[in-house]
Every structure is written in C-alpha cells, then in structure tokens.
Design a protein around this ligand. Structure first.
Ligand code: ASP
Ligand code: MG
Length: 468
C-alpha cells in the first residue's frame, strides 16, 4: 500500500476536545483520498501527571494519588462530553474507566512495594496514549468513519530498556502486518498509541519522553507508508528558536541528517531518534502545525536540491555541563582514559552532546546535559577509580556555566571560510569560545560558550550566516 499516509499528533494537537476534533477532521480530510494510519500522543501534560502519581505511590501519599487520578479522569471525561454525541458517552466513559482502572492497579502495586519498577512505570504512563487514542478513534467513528484504537504494545516490539526502549523492526513489521494491515485493507483507520511498545515476550516498554514521533516513524517505516506528517503546535522547523532570534524563519525543506542534528542539539521540533527508521525507505516527513494546517510546514527529505549551500539553522542548549579530564602526565594514555570515560557514560545511559580534546589527546572535555551530571560523574569516577586514586588522572572538573551552540547545514561541507566567519561573529560579541567540535561530515559545528553569552552568540551566528 504505497499511498498510505501516517499522521502523528502531538500532545497539544490532542490537548482538548476542540483539538481532538481538529485532529480528527484533518485525518478525515486525508482519509477521503487515501488510507491513513494515525499515531497519537497523550493529551498535553498527561504523561507528567501519570509520572507524578507514580512518584506519590512510591511515597505512599494516598491523597496525592487520589487527586492525580481524579484529574486524569476528569480531563478525559470532560473531553468526551464535548467530543462525542450523548448516545456514545456512557460507553466511552466505561472504556476510560477500564483504562484508568489498569492505572489504579499498577499504582497500588507501586504503593505496596514502596518502589516504582521501571517496567511498571512504562505500563502506567502508556495509559495517557491509550486514553487519547480511544478518544480520537471514537471521534472518527462519530463522524462516520471506520476506526479502531490500537495499543502499540501489540505492534511495536522493542528491547527491554524500560523508559528508553529501541524498536526491533523485523518483529515489529510482522506484528504490524498482522494487526494493522488487515484494518487498513478493510478501510478502517487505526489510531495507534504513540510512545509505547512491548518486548517480544510482552513486557510493556516506552521509547523515551517525547517518543511518539519515534513511534510514528516506526509505524510508517514498517508499513511502507508513502509519507509521514507530524502535527505539532509550531509552523515547522525554523532557522533558530524564535524566542532567541526574532527574525528566525521557517525552513521549507531540510534533510534527514540536518533535522536529526538539530534535534540532538536541542531544537524541540522532533524527537531525536525519529528519522532513523525512515532513512532506508526514504519516506518523506512533513512537520506541520495543527493549529494552522493551511501553512505548508517543513518537508524533511533525503537530500536537498542545488542552491542550498552554507548553514541552514542554528540551535542552542542552555542546560549543559562540561566535564573535563586530564591525565596527570604523558605516561598515562589520554586516548585510553577518554575511551574508558566515554564507555562509562554510554553504560550509564548518558548522552554525549559534544567531545573535544587537545592535540595529544591529553586533556579532553565532554559536554553532557545538566540533568545527567550526577550519573555522569559517578560513572566516570567508578570507571577511573584506580587512576584517580593514584593520581594518574587529575580530578574531574565540572563547568556548569556553559551553553552549547550548534550550526547545522549539509551545505557547509567544503564551504571554506564559514567556520572562521562564525567564530569571528561570536568573538565580535565578546563571547568567549570554550570548546569547539566538528565532525568530518562537516554537518554541524558545535561551539561551547559561556552561558551568559549564549543568546548573543546565537543571534550573531544567525545574522552572520544570513539565515533570515
Ligand atoms: N506522551 C509522551 C511524553 O509526554 C510521549 C510524547 O508526547 O511524544 O513524553
Ligand atoms: Mg509530545
């Protein structure tokens, strides 16, 4: 079915009855022309709420648990009231209660244990998506379309890394063929829960916060969809964060690699892992605004046409920290120390945002998210315990007063003089550059600057690269 359209709706795009209607109507519009599979996030803020209740369960705070569940049900009951005809409401209320009943059961288990096992957390937080999928699917039915809500735990097969699972595409394809294809063949619109999956032996998992984009890409890839449309609340992917750079503009087109680099470097348009499943099949993606569907949005494609040289966008991350390590003398292999430190970060699940080292690999620094700092220093200290204890490696230094700026563009490759202009633009603002990293693909130049100079530097680079 190569004209299949996959459509994903984020939390704000299904955040209320009005938004669910808008989403359902966008689905209906396309479903009149071709087969559609929808993937939905939980209603905005619901995942946070579910996670909070799980915490309260661990702490055995009954009042907070009850309050949270009440809020959860109220938000969805309220949506049903506005979304569905009176004749359907009671039935859907019962279905909501069935799903929230699962949540209550998991939460009381946590309360009893005084502990939140990661797999139970994953099952608990998938409830948000199960509820929104139910409601969107019911709305589609109420306007005369055939639809079925599908729990992705029956479709997306993952490894057992709870909270941040990765899909197993071959197994997922089999399940999608068995579960989703027959629906599509019968003209039924599946509304699949974003964010969650299950291991091959059925244990519930989630794909990481914001993972519904990733879910949609997985579903699109295994069903060989023709396109994936990702509906959010912004007009598309921009040359910079418009809150920092008032002149930032929407990009018409961007490549998979550029979009992925931007996502990893802090642009909040797409979940960073989203595009990987689509690359092999070259499935194009549109990032569109469900609040302004008439706007074209940004098209994400395998490669750009000619004339798109130079930098395309600049992004930044403020909540980062620089961790530096330095062997005490040249007798200690810097590369070896670096390898061990990086390996330790990887094992601890800490993502390395940028890495830079001196020419003899003797002193090097690792850029990570601030939220990962404790896990990162602990992991490195454990991995290098012996070297640290014997003074072969100087103590780990942490600098939290930094920010990351990343300039992205496939066309920067072989574009001489660009790096020089970027550095000059930053120093003209009297912002000190602390570290620089550029991979040999020349797709991204990452620059670490003092935190208080970050915004200024972003604006300067945006202007220097004529991105507006
Ligand atoms: N609801 C999940 C979250 O808030 C997944 C998503 O929205 O993409 O993280
Ligand atoms: Mg989301």
């Amino acid at each position: 079915m190569n004209n299949l359209l996959a459509m994903k709706f984020g939390g704000t795009s299904v955040g209320s009855a009005a938004r669910m209607k808008a989403a359902g109507d966008l689905i209906a519009l396309e479903a009149a022309k071709r087969p559609v599979v929808a993937v939905v996030s939980a209603m905005s803020k619901i995942t946070d709420l579910l996670l909070d209740v799980a915490k309260h369960a661990e702490a055995d705070d009954q009042t907070a648990i009850d309050g949270g569940i009440e809020l959860l049900e109220a938000r969805h009951f309220e949506a049903v009231q506005e979304l569905l005809p009176a004749t359907e409401r009671l039935r859907v209320h019962e279905q909501i209660e069935e799903i929230t009943g699962d949540f209550r059961r998991i939460v009381s288990g946590m309360q009893m244990l005084g502990y939140r096992p990661p797999r139970a957390v994953d099952e608990a937080i998938a409830v948000g998506e199960r509820l929104s999928a139910l409601l969107v699917s019911e709305y589609l039915k109420s306007i005369g379309l055939a639809s079925e809500a599908v729990n992705a735990s029956e479709v997306i097969v993952t490894d057992a890394v709870f909270g941040n699972a990765s899909p197993m595409l071959r197994e997922t394809r089999e399940k999608a063929e068995a579960k989703l294809r027959p629906l599509l063949d019968r003209g039924v619109i599946p509304v699949v829960t974003g964010f969650n999956g299950a291991t091959a032996d059925g244990r519930p998992t989630t794909l990481g916060r914001g993972g519904s984009d990733f879910s949609a890409a997985i579903v699109a890839a295994v069903l060989d969809a023709a396109e994936l449309w990702i509906w959010t609340d912004v007009d598309g992917i921009m040359t910079a964060d418009p809150r920092l750079v008032p002149g930032a503009k929407i990009l018409d087109e961007i490549t998979y690699s550029e979009a992925a680099e931007l996502a990893y470097a802090g642009a909040k348009v797409l979940h960073p892992r989203t595009l990987a499943p689509l690359v092999e099949k070259k499935i194009p993606v549109w990032s569109k605004n469900s609040f302004a569907p008439e706007k074209p949005g940004t098209r994400i494609v395998p490669a750009l046409g000619a004339g798109n040289g130079g930098a395309r966008a600049v992004t930044s991350m403020a909540n980062v920290a620089l961790v530096s390590l330095e062997p005490a003398n040249t007798g200690v292999g810097g590369v070896h120390v670096m390898a061990r430190a990086i390996d330790a970060l990887d094992s601890a699940g800490v993502e390395l945002l940028a890495l830079s080292s001196s020419s003899y690999r003797q002193s090097f620094c690792l850029l990570i998210r601030k939220e990962d700092l404790e896990a990162a220093t602990q992991a490195i200290e454990t991995a290098l315990a012996l070297e640290l204890a014997h003074g072969y490696v100087h103590g780990i230094e942490v600098d939290q007063n930094v920010g990351l700026l990343a300039v992205v563009g496939e066309g920067m490759r072989g574009f001489s003089g660009l790096a020089g202009r970027i550095f000059t633009a930053i120093s003209r603002e009297k912002v000190n550059i602390i570290a620089i990293a550029q991979g040999s693909s020349e797709l991204t130049i990452s620059i670490v600057v003092r935190r208080d100079g970050l915004e200024k530097a972003v604006r300067a680079v945006h202007a220097e690269c004529h991105l507006a």
